[in-house]
Design a protein around this ligand. Structure first.
Ligand SMILES: Nc1ncnc2c1ncn2[C@@H]1O[C@H](COP(=O)(O)OP(=O)(O)OP(=O)(O)O)[C@@H](O)[C@H]1O
Length: 174
């Protein structure tokens, strides 16, 4: 499929900094921030609310239908804590953000996450769940793991993705 602009997934455990990265990247590049959280809420792509986890139970088919037209046009930054549901043909780059356990713990406590959800997310980060999911779902060469502990990390990550975008445009110029 040919797109005039690429699609990027920014993924990682909740609290790693996906939304912060996507917002900055969208501001710098003009690419569109597709917040899956927001789409799930706005377009009701869910099967109800999970009280224990305090989150929507996502209906993935409905979600894919809701974003398909937009994503197929290209130029989207998809912000979501999973990546295996998006067809490989839609995606040009998968960025997996990573953080150390103590930092993640502090960020999730700040958000007043329920205990079960907090523990599950910490375990998921320790066990590289999102990195593995990305590697299992996409070609190795489009998956990049980046550290997101400090504001400087975020700056350099966004710089790096901007460089990648520039190169992609050069490689795909018609
Ligand atoms: N690289 C970073 N340096 C400093 N603070 C950060 C960094 N990344 C994220 N944060 C802070 O951590 C908190 C969580 O960030 P953010 O909401 O972007 O995470 P998220 O991965 O999008 O979470 P969710 O999946 O729940 O939406 C915010 O308070 C944000 O300011």
């Amino acid at each position: 499929m040919s797109r005039s602009l690429p699609n990027i997934i920014i993924t990682g455990t909740p609290g790693v900094g996906k939304t912060s990265h996507c917002e900055l990247l969208a501001e710098r590049t003009g690419l569109k921030h597709v917040s899956v959280n927001q789409v799930v809420k706005d377009k009701e792509c869910h099967e109800g609310w999970d009280e224990e986890y305090q989150s929507w139970i996502v209906d993935e088919d409905k979600l894919l239908d809701a974003i398909e037209d937009e994503v197929k046009q290209g130029g989207c930054i998809i912000d979501w804590h999973a990546c295996d549901l998006f067809p490989q043909s839609w995606i040009d780059l998968v960025v997996v953000l990573r953080v150390d356990t103590a930092t993640l713990y502090d960020r999730l406590i700040e958000r007043k996450y329920p205990e079960a959800k907090l523990q599950e997310n910490i375990d998921s980060e320790i066990m590289d769940v999102l990195l593995q999911e990305a590697r299992d779902s996409y070609d190795e060469e489009i998956v990049v793991e980046l550290r997101s502990v400090t504001a400087d990390d975020m700056e350099s990550n966004v710089d790096r993705i901007e460089q990648w975008l520039k190169q992609w445009k050069e490689n795909n110029a018609s």
